[in-house]
Write a protein that binds this ligand. Structure first.
Ligand SMILES: *[C@@H]1O[C@H](CO)[C@@H](O)[C@H](O)[C@H]1NC(C)=O
Ligand SMILES: *[C@@H]1O[C@H](CO)[C@@H](O)[C@H](O)[C@H]1NC(C)=O
Ligand SMILES: *[C@@H]1O[C@H](CO)[C@@H](O)[C@H](O)[C@H]1NC(C)=O
Ligand SMILES: *[C@@H]1O[C@H](CO)[C@@H](O)[C@H](O)[C@H]1NC(C)=O
Ligand SMILES: *[C@@H]1O[C@H](CO)[C@@H](O)[C@H](O)[C@H]1NC(C)=O
Ligand SMILES: *[C@@H]1O[C@H](CO)[C@@H](O)[C@H](O)[C@H]1NC(C)=O
Length: 327
């Protein structure tokens, strides 16, 4: 009651004086702490005798206040013995020494704390403390990265942490001697399709995350034998075609300009598919089998065609079945 009234009356005539007062005796401190800890900021020393002054005196009540600034902006103010933030921050006063206790320190507690003390009409800054909250690195990145073969890619590893973390890159857990937030790969080849690891460390700890680099490249078709010679009494002829692509494509067999009817009776043809999953990229083998005894019409040109999802032929190879006349 008294504090409020006196503040109202005195405010107008004493505001000017407060502004004119110097900033002598300010102490600047830097304090490092860690997330989760309980720590005290201070000491902030003040003249405890002011509070003993008689009510009639010009000066009003003694004030001890802590102000918090983040990026130069005042975020909150805590007055004498007034708990804030669910009691996480509390002023501890002890005969002329004030400390601001912060329990369970959080990252956003980092910033500047200023303790102001004095009579309510004559506050002065006693101490300024920069609180540095250290925390272990946290990585944020995109797990899946895609690139076309031949292009340049920049893979980013965004790591936060205080102190500033060191970032190291590795490929399949082998160091590749590259540090920093960005890994740039020029002229990416399909062999770069791999798991990359970004690891960030500082004095507080370590974090690591994986990035899956997916390199796309157009389909390539190869046949193991371009020409097969068979007797017209032969059975179980096999033609092998290998397609390497990312993404994988569909493989369709043609005889002349007609698609081979694999599923039509009588079952003359069988197509067998085998995937060879290499670590870097994969190859699909398609094996066309003629399961009946050969006849004249079977001696022809066969096409192994790679078709993309919209049915366009993106690569082709031919195999010619030639009649072997025997001895
Ligand atoms: C406070 O007052 C006591 C006596 O009342 C005196 O001894 C002491 O020095 C004073 N303290 C300050 C900081 O002025
Ligand atoms: C304001 O407080 C300071 C000490 O903090 C004191 O030296 C000064 O005399 C005070 N000024 C007035 C006008 O009371
Ligand atoms: C990455 O891509 C794979 C295959 O497309 C998918 O299954 C997976 O959910 C993706 N992961 C993330 C984190 O996006
Ligand atoms: C990219 O790599 C391929 C294969 O190694 C090479 O033939 C080509 O010249 C390279 N291109 C550039 C621009 O470096
Ligand atoms: C790799 O990229 C291709 C083309 O963008 C995509 O079709 C394929 O699903 C991707 N694979 C994985 C494993 O992410
Ligand atoms: C298939 O290939 C054609 C021709 O190259 C292209 O225009 C089309 O976008 C491709 N479709 C897919 C799904 O990749």
């Amino acid at each position: 009651m008294y504090y409020r009234n006196s503040l109202k009356i005195k405010l107008t005539c004493t505001t000017l004086i407060s502004f004119l007062l110097g900033v002598q005796g300010i102490e600047y401190l830097k304090k490092e702490t860690q997330v989760g800890k309980t720590d005290s900021l201070g000491p902030c020393r003040y003249d405890n005798n002011i509070s003993d002054l008689p009510i009639s005196h010009t000066f009003s009540a003694l004030i001890v206040m802590w102000k918090f600034y983040r990026d130069g902006k005042n975020v909150f103010t805590i007055l004498k013995n007034r708990p804030d933030d669910g009691g996480r921050m509390q002023i501890k006063d002890n005969y002329g020494v004030s400390e601001l206790e912060i329990k369970n320190i959080k990252k956003h507690d980092a910033g500047r704390y200023i303790c102001k003390t004095g009579a309510s009409n004559n506050l002065s800054i006693d101490v300024e403390i920069d609180l540095i909250v250290k925390f272990k690195p946290e990585i944020h990145l995109r797990y899946n990265e895609s690139v076309n073969e031949g292009e340049t890619i920049e893979i980013w590893c965004d790591a936060t942490g205080i102190p500033n973390p060191n970032i190291e890159w590795s490929r399949r857990s082998e160091e590749i001697g590259i540090s920093g937030h960005m890994l740039r790969i020029h002229n990416v080849t399909r062999y770069a399709k791999d798991i990359f690891m970004c690891s960030a460390s500082n004095t507080e700890g370590h974090d690591e995350e994986m990035i899956n680099l997916n390199v796309s490249f157009p389909a390539e078709v190869e046949v193991l034998e371009k020409e097969l010679q068979r007797l017209n009494t032969d059975t179980d002829v096999e033609m092998v075609c290998a397609v390497t692509a990312n993404p994988m494509v569909n493989i369709v067999w043609y005889k002349g300009d007609k698609e081979i009817p694999v599923k039509e009776e009588p079952f003359k043809y069988v197509v067998d598919t085998q995937d060879d999953m290499k670590e870097e990229y994969y190859t699909r083998f398609s094996i066309l089998k003629i399961i009946s005894t050969l006849d004249e019409a079977d001696f022809d040109t066969y096409y192994c065609k790679a078709q993309n999802d919209s049915g366009h032929v993106v690569a082709t190879e031919t195999i010619t079945l030639v009649k072997h006349l025997g001895e």
